[in-house]
Unconditional design. Sequence first.
Lengths: 300, 178
Amino acid sequence: MLPPFALEEPTSVHEASALLARYGETARLYAGGTELLLAMKEGLLRYERLINIKLIPELAGVALADGALYVGAITTHRRLERSAVVRAHFPTLAEMAAHVANVRVREVGTLAGNLCFAEPHADPGTLLLVYDASVALARQGGTCTLALEQFFVGPFEVALADDEILTAIRVPALPAHTAAAYLKYGLLERPSVGVAVAVTAQFGQVQEVRVAVGCVGPTPRRLRDVEAQLSQKELPEVRARLDAAGALAGSAADAVTDLHGSAQYKAYLVGVLLRRAFERAYQQTMGGDAGDAARGEGKT
Amino acid sequence: MTDNRAHHGTATGQVLSIRITVNGHVQDVLIEPYLTLIEFIRDRLGLTGTKKSCDMQVCGACTVLLNGRPVSACTMLAFEARNAALLTIEGVAQGEALHPIQEAFIEHGGLQCGFCTPGMILAAKALLEENPAPTEEEIKHYMRGNLCRCTGYKRILESIMVAARRLTQTHEPGTLET
């Protein structure tokens, strides 16, 4: 049983923002509801109004433009998983989307909603960080773009103003000779550890390694100290440094102890997944200049 | 014709008028915006084949198909079925003739207590309409959100494989009902 609420169904972003401005904290945007309705059923969140944004045409669609993927805010995980454009040009993103929760959640849950809810135990934010993704935000006064890295503020907290709406996610294509990989591990319904890597390499020379880690700490984050340890090196040297880099990543991830495991356990797994994700992405760079890979391990 | 948008109103008094096709029958219904789909199906329509178990989109017992897509009725608002075709387990058989997936589950022991079975059948139906000849791995991936505490899954997997073979033999592509 859900506590009673009213439904608002705006057909434009402007109208939705006006509703948010008018009703403040008594209203909340609603798209897939996969996180929101669970929290409302548990009584953890309570709203007088839900604002259904799925009738807003400008929030729909997945498109490739100017070397980037634009994912409209009401795009479901399932749509990403099955989109020919995403599978062809962002295969790691499609593969990650195919392993979010289960098929019923993916059918209704949206990528934007996942990012906005900012539940730390989630996959998309971590992977999107190595793509240098950004989010388009809109309110009655205008629009702006924010790097995803700045969007994540804390657990269940993002940089959205009260009347602001995430309208689209922009995912730039990876540079040439670059491949991404996302690996996760967990024994519960949600992932316990997620590690994303993007490797730029050619002829045994590793130019750049991007690393992001999620689930273990308060927010997904890029680990630039770790990246510096692994970039601009010959492949054997990168491999020799992976253990130390993994240990550094484990401590930099700011792991917390919870039902998913102890902080020490998670920090260790970050190192394991970093090594595997690097090898996986590196192998993909050998097979073409834009491939990638995502895979779930364990139960999640 | 019903309204496509919610009426504005107070939090307590708002009622939505929606048109929904339930197992092939068009109905116009009045619902509260906070009514969940499973409450609508079980309590208003009296179709109790849809089971409520975990109530958090994990177990799959409440799986129903909306326009052919599998959803968790427990965590979906009923108004989302507006102008859609809802299929519950009661609508899968054609009169007395069981659906080939149902027959395969019976013949191959794809169920024991039966509580997860409506959700299993509907999820399998959605899978086979999307991917008529899935591999074992594809079935496992698609069905991983439908939990069974009895069978150990092996016979469910076998049942779906058998159903897939029969359906591709007996139906022309695109003739499966949704």
